[in-house]
Structures are given as structure tokens and as C-alpha cells.
Design a protein around this ligand. Structure first.
Ligand code: TTP
Length: 393
């Protein structure tokens, strides 16, 4: 079966992390987010991958190349982001049979996607207490009878989880009218498929739609937890690696370092001496974490540095970030309420009592900077020595 993977979006809610990297290419454990989607599709039986690309398309192209895990790969370009049905239309000329459509920024448990492929035509559903913010499925047994966007009075608890297998004819049903928000929506294609065919709802056990920075952290927590302990790098002296820790070949762990898994140290990363890494932390390629630094539950992307006596917790650092000596990240509010972040101009709760900061590519803090919970640093932002940063910059 062919699998169409939607990866044309910029990920505006993920800014500033998407300033130079499209959201599907942001790191989740040892590979880009969209590679997890591609892997699931292959495991479920896809024998051809068609990526719909747009924003920063070259990053997706160069990662996947012409074949991926033995499956031929094509790239369809969506010039303007005019909605998910429009994105699938971009792949029209490549389609020649039943096809799956998967969002390039969603994670599922692998088994459910295999069941989805086997049950074609089919749609993935996720059971949520209040599905009124989703597309909601009506069902008769396993069969889907209707789909309604954001209903006030949801007919079931089954939310549309954004993964589908369509019959070959659906290729001709993609040209749906613009919705009220001015996009061509895949929900309208799904509605047509339900009208024309018997469609099975496949309940997925686990689903994460990765849209905002703390969801990227959550995605890493999920995938780091699934990795298998492996130490291929250079671990020196009395460094101690506890639990589910992966150290890739080419990484160096100096004496005095303690790492508590799950944690991943990627190739070229340099850690210590005397650093403490714990709880679902991913240190990207060539990252440098120096003496006296504690890093907890954090994503540090490639080429970033936290070289001297700092604490960084529950945070996401983009590429080529540098935290000056003594930089401290606060990740818990005194009032214990959930940390909020500004997403596209609105204050939004992360749903987490503990969340630190988001640093865009190339952000640099000066010595002894303290950063408040929920602060977002733009790409290239700087601070002054001893500064206490309480607002985004
Ligand atoms: P969204 O998460 O709705 O869009 P986005 O990724 O651009 O993020 P944001 O809303 O923060 O700007 O899209 C869901 C999936 O569909 C995602 O994998 C991107 C993809 N997509 C396209 O490929 N083309 C499109 O026109 C749209 C709207 C989405």
C-alpha cells in the first residue's frame, strides 16, 4: 500500500523551534518526528512513501532520499498550505491504489497503525473524555456512520486521530470545497468515503499530536522510554550510567558524570566531567554539557552548549544555543500552577506544573542569567550578565 505522509506545514505553534527546521524534522529521540511516522507506515505494511512537502522541503528530502527502509520515496510539493485535503491532492499523480494518509507530526502506538492498515478502508479513532474540540465519529458497531467537526454535543467519545486508509477511488474525491476557516479539509474527504464505502473505526491505544513545544518534550519522553540500553560511545573513568541509557558511537562521557535513564547521548556529544543528566533527556549531535551542569527532562538539539555550572530542567533548546556559565532555569512556579507559554500571541497552559524554557536556534545567555518558567527566547536572542528574564524575548 502507498502511504501519503503530510509534512508540508511550518508548525507555527511550534515557533521559534521551527524558524529553520520544519516541525516534522524536529528531533524525537534518535530521529526526526516524521521518521517515526514513516517507520510506523513501513511496519504496518506500506511499500511506498509519498511525502507532501512545502516549508523547508529540502530538509525532508535530504533525510529520506530516494528509498527509505527499502521503500521507494517520492516528494509531492504543496506550494501553499491550503489544508490537509489540499495537501493530499498534491500527491494525486503518484496515487495508483488504496492509500494511507498520515500526519507527519503525530505519534501512535505501532500496533494500532498495523490494525488500521489491515482494516482498510479505515480511520483511526482515539477515545477522549470530552472530544468537542476534535472531529468526532459516529459509529454503528465498528463501522463509521458520520464525522462532525467540533460538535457541541459529541455523539461519541471517539476523536478523529488523523490517520486513514482510503480506497483507490478516493483519489478523485480530494477536491472538496473550502471550509469556514478557508481550508480544504480532509474531514470532508473522510465524509465522502463514509458515504461511499463501509469504513472501519480503529481505536488507537496511544496518540500524541505534536503541535507545541511541550508536546515535543512529551514526544521525546515517549520515544526515549522505548529505546533499549546501548553504550557505544567512550565512557571514561567512574562515569555512571543508570537504567535505560543510550550513548551513541562518537559520544564522550567524562569521569564524574551520572546519567539516569531514559536518556540519549547522540554521536559527537561531549558530557562532563561531573555533570548530572536525568529523566528523559536527549542530547543532540555535538552538544556539549560541561562541568557541574544538571540537565533534567530536556531536549538539547544538535550543536548546543551548556558548558559550566548550570541547571536546565523541562526545557527545549534549539540548535546552536549557548547558555553562559551559571545560567539557571526555573521550572516550577511558587504558586504551583501549570506553567503557561505564549503560543501565537495567546497564553496557553502547558498542562505541566514543571516546565522550563524554550530557546530558539542560536540563543545565547550571558553568565548568571536566570530564566523564569515558560520564557521563550527567539532565535539569536541574548541576555546580559546577571539578568533575570521574566518575559519572552
Ligand atoms: P497542522 O498541525 O494543523 O499544521 P502545521 O503543521 O502547519 O502546524 P501549525 O498549525 O502550528 O502551523 O497540520 C497537520 C498536519 O498536516 C501536519 O503534519 C502538517 C500537514 N499539513 C500539510 O501538509 N499541508 C497543509 O496545508 C496543512 C494545513 C497541514
Amino acid at each position: 500500500m502507498q502511504a501519503v505522509v503530510l509534512a508540508a506545514g511550518e508548525g507555527t505553534r511550534m515557533r521559534p523551534l521551527t524558524a529553520n527546521t520544519p516541525k516534522p524534522m524536529l528531533p524525537v529521540a534518535d530521529r526526526p518526528l516524521v521518521a517515526h511516522t514513516a517507520d510506523m507506515a513501513i511496519e504496518a505494511g506500506a511499500d511506498e512513501l509519498i511525502f507532501v512537502v512545502g516549508y523547508e522541503a529540502d530538509a525532508v528530502r535530504s533525510y529520506f532520499g530516494e528509498t527509505y527502509r527499502g521503500a521507494p520515496v517520492s516528494f509531492a510539493v504543496q506550494e501553499e498550505q491550503q489544508g490537509t485535503a489540499d495537501a493530499v491532492s498534491a500527491a494525486y499523480e503518484y496515487l495508483d491504489g488504496p492509500f494511507a494518509v498520515l500526519n507527519g507530526d503525530n505519534l501512535y502506538d505501532e500496533e494500532s497503525i498495523s490494525t488500521l492498515f489491515d482494516a482498510a478502508p479505515s480511520i483511526a479513532a482515539f477515545r477522549v473524555g470530552d472530544p468537542s474540540n476534535y472531529g468526532v465519529l459516529s459509529t454503528d458497531g465498528d463501522s463509521v456512520t458520520d464525522i462532525v467537526e467540533k460538535p457541541e454535543d459529541p455523539p461519541t467519545e471517539l476523536a478523529n486521530a488523523g490517520a486513514y486508509v482510503f480506497p483507490a477511488e478516493a483519489r478523485e474525491w480530494l477536491d472538496v470545497p473550502l471550509s469556514d476557516r478557508g481550508e480544504r479539509e480532509i474531514t470532508d474527504v473522510v465524509a465522502r468515503v463514509i458515504e461511499e464505502r463501509s469504513v472501519t473505526a480503529v481505536e488507537v491505544d496511544r496518540w500524541l499530536d505534536v503541535g507545541r513545544p511541550w508536546e515535543l518534550l512529551e514526544a521525546n519522553e515517549w520515544k526515549l522510554d522505548e529505546q533499549t540500553r546501548r553504550v557505544d560511545g567512550d565512557v571514561r573513568g567512574d562515569a555512571e550510567l543508570r537504567g535505560n541509557v543510550v550513548v551513541e558511537e562518537g559520544a564522550v562521557i567524562e569521569p564524574g558524570v551520572t546519567i539516569e535513564g531514559p536518556a540519549l547521548v547522540r554521536s559527537g556529544a561531549h558530557l562532563g566531567p561531573n555533570a548530572y543528566v536525568r529523566g528523559a533527556t536527549m542530547l543532540g549531535e555535538n552538544a556539549h554539557i560541561g562541568h557541574g551542569v544538571e540537565i533534567k527532562n530536556t531536549v538539547v538539539m544538535a550543536d548546543s552548549n551548556v558548558p559550566h555550572v548550570s541547571y536546565v530542567g523541562d526545557s527545549v533548546l534549539g540548535h546552536d544555543v549557548n547558555f553562559g556559565a551559571g545560567t539557571q532555569v526555573a521550572n516550577l512556579r511558587h504558586d504551583g500552577t501549570e506553567v503557561k507559554l505564549t503560543v501565537k500571541g495567546d497564553r496557553v497552559s502547558t498542562g505541566r506544573r514543571k516546565f522550563g524554557v524554550v530557546a530558539g536556534d542560536g540563543a545565547r545567555t550571558a553568565i548568571n542569567t536566570s530564566l523564569n518558567p515558560g520564557v521563550v527566547l527567539s532565535p539569536g536572542a541574548t541576555t546580559t550578565p546577571g539578568e533575570s528574564v521574566t518575559r519572552d524575548r
